[in-house]
Design a protein around this ligand. Structure first.
Ligand SMILES: Cc1cc2nc3c(=O)[nH]c(=O)nc-3n(C[C@H](O)[C@H](O)[C@H](O)COP(=O)(O)O)c2cc1C
Length: 397
């Protein structure tokens, strides 16, 4: 468990969580890392900590650089437990009056988490903190993605410690973008789609602000995954693009089914998308994790959702997905609802209402088919696919 010197006297002292597969409902099929950083100057500063159960890994790495009890300053960029969980053990090892720098909301949230009277030193955008030869500055990034979030910037080395922004859930021995190459981008996109998407307007503002400030950046150090040193501008540019939510000529067909009738309807609609030259992703909800589906939804111009009726309701997995998607507030999308039923058929209307409440453009009435679709019903599904496809093409023109 060695630390890694990422720049002179600046060390990655985080932890690798190879085996986590579910991160608050987000599928992390390649694990994740909790990145913490140590700056050794006249004063020694620790930026962020790790998830509670990885605290000993972090201490072991820190110990190879300095005695952990010699840390003079602790900085918390974000209160969420995957970064702050280790803080009580850290603070316990340090002198009682060791300052803990965080945003004002960070102070409130840390108090609400740990109920400790640490020596909080709340900071706001533009505040500076000298470590000796180096000086840190702070930039509040409220609601990206919590009220307490902030960045810490080190102008002398042009390093931005960006908290959760620009992160990815990806466990590896490699620490840098140039060591892993392009394969990291889908992980970064998934992270954006599932964590930052609802705050896209703020992302756009932040990117503009950073550009206006002329902040020079040689390296971005997020709190998860690999660090961006080869081309940090690339991930900033990707965020600027994702934040626009420009609809693509692509439709995501999301459905569940008990006896394949709703699936048959989905297949007929997909034929229409194919004939219109529209890219389609077909995702059966119990085969695809909701966070994978959201990654596909992010750049799609249309999402059509199918559900059979079960006990006068939509299928529970469909409700799960719709609730999840609604919270992530995707924008600029055409929607549609369809599904099979037996006798009362409430599901399709419910799905349609949820899509409407989530701000989708719904060019058509929802389509429901009793039991197993026949040729005419499949024709109707094809026609619905055509109409949704046309509306999508109009949107992306
Ligand atoms: C446990 C169960 C409960 C059902 N409840 C309803 C219901 O309340 N109202 C209704 O219209 N159909 C109900 N159905 C019938 C299904 O909606 C119907 O079989 C439909 O064709 C299933 O579509 P699927 O093959 O896509 O799952 C129910 C079916 C099952 C198995």
């Amino acid at each position: 468990m060695k630390p890694l010197e990422i720049a002179k006297d600046i060390y990655w002292v985080g932890a690798i969580d190879w085996n986590i597969r579910d991160f608050h409902g987000y599928s992390t099929y390649q694990g994740t890392t909790y990145n913490a950083f140590l700056i050794v100057d006249e004063k020694v500063a620790l930026i962020d900590a790790v998830k509670e159960e990885f605290t000993n890994d972090m201490f072991s790495r820190i110990s190879q650089v300095v005695d952990p009890s010699k840390i003079d300053i602790v900085i918390s960029n974000h209160t969420e437990m995957d970064h702050s969980g280790g803080l009580p053990k850290v603070m316990h090892r340090l002198a009682k009056d060791t300052p803990l720098y965080c945003s004002n909301n960070g102070m409130k949230n840390l108090k609400a988490h740990f109920h400790q009277e640490w020596n909080f030193q709340p900071v706001k955008s533009g505040d500076e903190l000298s470590l000796g030869k180096r000086t840190l500055s702070f930039l509040e990034t409220r609601m990206l993605h919590w009220p307490d979030s902030m960045f810490t910037y080190l102008p002398s080395d042009k390093i931005l410690f960006s908290s959760d922004a620009f992160g990815q859930h990806y466990a590896s021995l490699e620490r840098f973008d140039d060591e892993v190459g392009e394969m990291i981008m889908p992980h970064a996109a998934k992270y954006y789609a599932n964590i930052l998407l609802p705050f896209s307007q703020l992302v756009t503002k932040l990117v503009d602000q950073v550009t206006e400030m002329g902040l020079e950046i040689n390296m971005i150090c997020p709190d998860h995954g690999i660090l961006w040193r080869k081309d940090p501008g690339k991930i900033i540019q990707a965020y600027a693009e994702w934040a626009k939510q420009t609809p693509k000529k692509k439709v995501v067909v999301v459905y569940d089914t008990m006896w394949h009738s709703t699936e048959k309807m989905a297949d007929a609609m997909v034929e229409a998308f194919k004939d219109l030259g529209i890219e389609a992703r077909v995702m059966h909800i119990r085969s695809c994790h909701r966070s994978e589906i959201m990654t596909e939804v992010m750049d799609a111009g249309a999402v059509v959702v199918g559900s059979p009726t079960i006990n006068n309701n939509m299928f529970p997995t469909v409700a799960d997905f719709l609730t999840y998607m609604k919270g992530l507030k995707p924008k600029n999308k055409v929607g549609g609802a369809f599904g099979s039923y037996g006798w009362s058929g409430e599901a399709v209307k419910q799905v349609n209402a949820e899509l409407e409440a989530s701000g989708f453009d719904l060019p058509n009435d929802p389509l429901r088919v009793q039991y197993i679709p026949d040729g005419d019903s499949l024709q109707a599904c094809y026609a619905l696919g055509e109409q949704i496809g046309q509306a999508l093409l109009k949107k992306v023109e």
